[in-house]
Write a protein of this length. Structure first.
Length: 405
């Protein structure tokens, strides 16, 4: 099952492939030279989306590969993903999402078939608090800051591993959120999809230094994307070796199936959230009681999510008065940060199918509204009530929800 293979795709092959796809699908693909590498080679980003669909109601995904030049199977999967996105099968994803792909972040290292740049710098560790210093790291941050993505994937390969196993890995997550649970669930599905290729997979958290493990202050790409945007972040690894490796088609299929599974989460609604799209709409807390993004479009909810997330340390944990009564709920939320102009919602889950009788916030009666009032939705056994406040202002807040008996 293992065979010798050529080192591919090269930087020239990648550039040729991107230009061909863009010329054949001008209404779906926007090809941009984001920056030049340290030695002057172009770093390209291809964004695939249906230009006829409303842009402000699309989820954003950023997929990068080639941070290490000797890991070509990550680059291969990136190109296969672009090909899939412009196909008939990718229609739903490009209608509901804008997917940006940077398949060759470090073209100078690609030319040398080496892990690092010629000066030994690693772009994946170039995301400190003051911003990237290398043009490769800056290229990633330019696109990331523009998109503020719901999903961010850094695709690598385990050079030298041969006929081994592929990996789906995820970084540190903030305490008292559903983030770790969501990452586990999606990763398990990605692994199952990747194994349809016949290649074994494993999944676990990034636990070693230098890759976004347990240190939230690491300057790695994965920590940057999660900490800066609250993106759903994965680092994937494809097994490879320059002389012996799994067949190219099997490796490409494994990577593509993983990505298709992940992207499918942006096309449907999580049963414990109001809106279609990736489940990081829940910015802080848990599905039972937490802070959710608000807004009637994906763009508005993205702004709301970022406002909540970037001021997370200014919240005291939202709490409900106990013993909790069946029909009368009192929620307290203290916040000492800047006003959140894009708003915030407080979500509460209640047993049974319930009808809201009245909602007040700081003594003010709230009317039904998805942006500055209250709304409800149900799953199979419970009712979710969201109290939306736009803008959300600093101070101590009391929310009272009364249900019909």
């Amino acid at each position: 099952m293992c065979a010798s293979r050529a080192v591919s795709p090269t930087s020239a092959e990648i550039e040729q492939h991107l230009k061909k796809v863009a010329s054949e699908h001008p209404s779906l693909v926007t090809l941009e030279k984001v920056a030049d590498s340290g030695e002057g080679r172009p770093i390209y980003c291809a964004t695939v989306t249906d230009s006829e669909r409303e842009a402000n109601d699309k989820q954003h995904a950023l997929i990068i590969a080639g941070q290490h030049g000797n890991e070509e199977r990550g680059r291969l999967v990136a190109l296969r993903l672009i090909d899939w996105l412009v196909s008939d099968e990718g229609a739903e994803t490009r209608q509901k999402q804008a997917v940006a792909v940077i398949p060759n972040v470090s073209p100078d290292a690609t030319e040398l078939d080496t892990k690092t740049r010629p000066d030994q710098l690693r772009p994946n560790m170039d995301h400190g608090p003051e911003g990237a210093t290398t043009p490769e790291g800056q290229a990633v941050e330019i696109i990331a800051e523009r998109l503020q993505p719901e999903v961010f994937v850094d695709m690598h390969s385990k050079g030298g591993s041969g006929c081994n196993f592929d990996m789906v890995l995820y970084p540190w997550t903030r305490d008292y959120t559903e983030d770790d649970n969501i990452l586990h669930e999606i990763a398990a599905q990605m692994v199952a999809a990747g194994e349809t290729s016949g290649i074994p997979h494993i999944t676990h958290s990034l636990t070693w230094p230098g890759w976004g493990g347990r240190n939230p202050d690491e300057p790695s790409t994965t920590v940057y994307a999660y900490k800066r945007f609250k993106s759903i972040v994965y680092l994937t690894e494809s097994t490879e070796h320059n002389k012996i490796a799994y067949p190219v088609q099997a490796s490409a299929q494994a990577g593509l199936e993983r990505m298709k599974t992940l992207l499918s989460w942006g096309n449907r609604r999580h049963p414990k959230l109001k809106y279609e799209g990736y489940p990081y709409q829940l910015a802080l807390g848990v599905f039972y009681l937490g802070q959710v993004s608000v807004g009637t479009t994906a763009q508005a909810r993205r702004a709301s999510r970022l406002g909540i997330w970037r001021n997370a340390d200014s919240f005291d944990k939202v709490h409900i008065e106990v013993p909790e009564l069946p029909d009368h709920k009192v929620i307290h939320l203290d916040y000492e940060g800047p006003d959140l102009e894009a708003g915030l919602g407080v979500q509460l889950r209640t047993m049974g199918k319930r009808t809201v009788k009245a909602v007040t916030c700081d003594g003010r009666k709230m009317q039904p509204s998805e942006t500055n009032g209250h709304y409800s939705f149900e799953d199979e056994i419970t009712t979710f009530t969201v109290v939306a406040m736009t803008p959300f202002v600093s101070g101590a807040h009391e929310i009272v929800i009364d249900f019909e008996s």
